[in-house]
Write a protein that binds this ligand. Sequence first.
Ligand code: BYC
Length: 324
Amino acid sequence: MTTATEAPQDLTAEQEQFDRLIADDSRIEPRDWMPEAYRKTLARQISQHAHSEIIGMQPEANWITRAPSLKRKAILMAKVQDEAGHGLYLYSAAETLGTTRDQMMADLIAGKARYSSIFNYPARTWADMGAIGWLVDGAAIANQVPLCRASYGPYGRAMVRICKEESFHQRQGFEILLELANGTEAQKQMAQDAVNRWYAPSLMMFGPPDDDSPNSKQSMAWNIKRFSNDELRSRFVGMIVEQVKTLGLTLPDDEIGYNEESGKWEHDPLDWDEFKEVLAGRGPCNAQRLERRREAHDDGAWVREAAAAYAAKQAEKRTMEEAA
Ligand code: BYC
């Protein structure tokens, strides 16, 4: 039996064990003790990430019926299905921290949960499918490859598979743009216009500047985040500055360049007021995205009910078999 005087010592031992695992760059698993703040931070980040995948299906799903060929339709459909899968692995990872999927979904639908700012922008033309794949999935990869080494086991493991699929997504987007950029003048213009519109929002995906990022320091100390928001943003700019040359397009940025002294890629200042507006729910598509999610949730009620009834029946069958 634990006495009152032993309890704080046990907690210290548990904290020490946790600190040791983090210092050794080992993994924390769901069965391990973890500080409440670590659990809360992970549940926040992983659930936001899951919501982003699910809401992120919408701008592209809107284009499935309008894809220019059967091949493009099949590829786009597979990509959107992949995003649903990513959402599911991530909800499962978040559930290991003690929050139920029902609760996470209720928060999303009530407008209480965050998801990536990027999905509140409209996808206006077919070229946007290219720009989303190249820039949005490209930014996601730059952000998520380091998350494969996140200290929380279920999150890091989910990210490995997700990153593999994101690489395919990025290539398909690049290839859409490449084909348009080498097409008619009007197609090239459409590709350039899409890149112009998605460029700044994709840089904002990495989150606020480091001096305005309240969570980064602690998340880095816990080996959840491995690099700061600005570090990853700069790295991403360095990647796309080369790739855009192959496309024969340009980035809408006059200040882009490598700073030898800091060793960082620099870019035009971003409109952080716009970012804050989007986070406050006042972006171009926030209301529409949530409305669509609510409709989909209501439409899917019968599937959830049927699945729950089936699971209950199976459980009853098992109990009877065990009793026999
Ligand atoms: N959008 O202290 P900070 C995909 C919030 S989906 C909205 O820097 P942190 C795809 C942040 O949550 C890929 N909110 O926070 C899917 C925090 O608010 P709270 C999605 C943002 O967590 C379908 C506050 O601002 N990827 O690829 O250390 C189709 C202060 O920020 C954003 C992920 O989710 C934003 N952009 O760092 C196609 C990656 N940025 O919670 C593609 C996983 C910041 O304190 N997440 N906020 O109220 C992360 O890596 C980190 O959570 C972030 C932010 C870098 C996003």
